[in-house]
Design a protein around this ligand. Structure first.
Ligand SMILES: Cc1ncc(COP(=O)(O)O)c(C=O)c1O
Length: 482
């Protein structure tokens, strides 16, 4: 249609937005269709009261959960509560349900594999672990990462990679830190000619560098590099030898990372910390400094970090960067098996060579069921059409979100954080991200907070354009009420 002709039909308070080859009009004022709260449960049923009583008496109270929701089932991008409320899920189990809820093909693989073999231990090989490891390495070569330029599939120039499967992100990071400690000792030995394992060893290459607002997990090792006071304080003393820097601070790197550093762990996009992105040029400097000091560089891409596994539009957040900043180790978890527990550490052979039989292990990690599901999920996420959908929908989400700080400058910071389908709305001082999460939930949309000052938007990767529009409409109405 001729644009001038077409413009006659556009409501006066609207603007034109070109999206993915289509022209659509977008209102130039916030949506006010969702001002009334539709999902406030006034009378909690007797059954639910009993359930909540039981939960209070029996579950360790380390979470604050909304009392009105007891989840019963899910379908696609929607979750349903036992009392019959339907919620549009823009939290995806904290960036986990990559294929949404109740995906038929996923369930088919799950039931078939469960009927064959679920668990066998790492004492024996199973048919699926090496298959998933090979797929991860193949896709890293195809899409770029861990030192490979995208498309370096034919010749690996002597560069290879190894994978270790765990059960969670925390466990993957814990293992990565152990591997880096081992590498540090071996490298120190090679440099000094002294043994690292004698009882009076002088080996001092064991320090670990992490960054402010990081989140790497809650076990003692991972917690020691999770630089949030409220998470760490009750459990001190933590691992000794941890140094804390600030992302995108160039001037401190030389003093921060020294010959005593064995590992540097960083999220290329901080998730829990509030969707803060590292600059590529800073990551390149970080890599350079790790090379100078022989420190192992670990990228935690667990949330898809918040960013890996296609959430940000590519396999790894660092797939979009030059190889000069690529890490030695990448850790992953959350979406890899669409909610079935799995984690993994993938490392360059140059690092993997230090690990020998007995130096690390797990009972459940790499089980036939977890790896069959991981292979299925990864094969689907990495399909070019699927990746294109994430790109197009990520762009649409971006266009919708970018208007919010213009309309609500008294609530929101100017820049929308993150990329692809991992986005963050930063709040100005004195305004509460928790309030937006609550108001949206009362209008049927589930969001997450991120750090102290942000709301996180991490829908399933199968989210549709209409669902994005609905969620942002609700967010707009909720912001009007703040
Ligand atoms: C970046 C990052 N690393 C590690 C973890 C810990 O993963 P898990 O909860 O699977 O142990 C998380 C969890 O949110 C995370 O976002």
């Amino acid at each position: 249609m001729n644009l001038r002709l077409f413009s006659q039909f556009i409501p006066k308070k609207s603007i034109l937005l070109p999206t993915a080859g289509r022209i659509r009009y977008v209102s130039n004022k916030p949506c006010d269709l969702y001002l009334p709260a539709t999902h406030v449960v006034k009378d909690i049923s007797k059954d639910q009261t009993e359930f909540l009583d039981r939960a209070e008496k029996t579950l360790l109270p380390v979470y604050v959960r909304p009392q009105e929701i007891v989840l019963s089932h899910g379908e696609g991008s929607y979750l349903f509560s036992a009392s019959g409320q339907k919620y549009l899920d823009f939290s995806a189990g904290i960036a986990v349900n990559s294929l949404g809820h109740g995906d038929k093909e996923f369930i088919e693989v799950l039931t078939q594999q469960a009927s064959k073999i679920i668990h066998s231990s790492n004492v024996y090989h199973n048919e699926h672990a090496a298959k998933l490891a090979a797929l991860l390495i193949e896709l890293t070569k195809r899409d770029g990462g861990l030192g490979w330029r995208a498309g370096e599939t034919t010749s690996d120039n002597g560069k290879g990679a190894k994978v270790f499967f765990s059960n969670s992100g925390t466990e993957a990071n814990e293992g990565a830190l152990k591997i880096a400690r081992m590498a540090g000792k071996m490298r120190w030995s090679a440099k000094t000619g002294k043994p690292w394992d004698s009882p009076d060893s002088e080996c001092d290459k064991y320090r670990i560098v992490c960054f402010e607002h990081s989140f790497h997990g809650r076990s003692m090792g991972a917690l020691s590099v999770t630089n949030t006071r409220k998470y760490q304080a009750p459990f001190e003393p933590l691992l000794p030898g941890v140094d804390v820097g600030r992302i995108n601070d160039y001037s401190s790197l030389d003093a921060l990372i020294t010959d005593k550093t064995c590992a540097v762990i960083v999220e290329p996009i901080q998730g829990e910390g509030g969707i803060n992105s590292c600059e590529e040029s800073w990551l390149t400097k970080l890599r350079e400094r790790c090379n100078q000091t022989d420190a192992v560089l670990i990228f935690d891409e667990i949330q898809a970090s918040d960013c890996g596994l296609y959430r940000n539009g590519s396999l790894w957040a660092h797939s979009q960067y030059e190889i000069e900043c690529h890490p030695d180790i990448v850790t992953m978890a959350k979406p890899l098996a669409n909610g079935y527990p799995i984690g993994a550490i993938m490392m360059r052979d140059a690092i993997g060579q230090y690990m020998t039989a007995g130096t690390h292990g797990t009972t459940f990690g790499g089980s036939p069921l977890a790896c069959a599901l991981g292979t299925h999920v990864l094969s689907r996420l990495s399909h070019p059409q699927f990746m294109e959908n994430i790109r197009v929908n990520g762009e649409h989400l971006d266009q919708r979100l970018r208007r919010l700080p213009e309309w609500f400058p008294h609530i929101l910071q100017r820049d929308i954080r993150g990329r692809g389908l991992i986005r963050g709305l930063g709040f100005v001082e004195g305004k509460s991200p928790t309030k937006l999460v609550e108001l949206s939930r009362q209008r049927g949309v589930l969001l997450l907070t991120g750090g102290a000052d942000a709301v996180r938007i991490v829908p399933s990767l199968t989210i549709t354009r209409d669902e994005i529009d609905k969620a942002v409409d609700v967010i707009e109405s909720a912001l009007m009420l703040m």
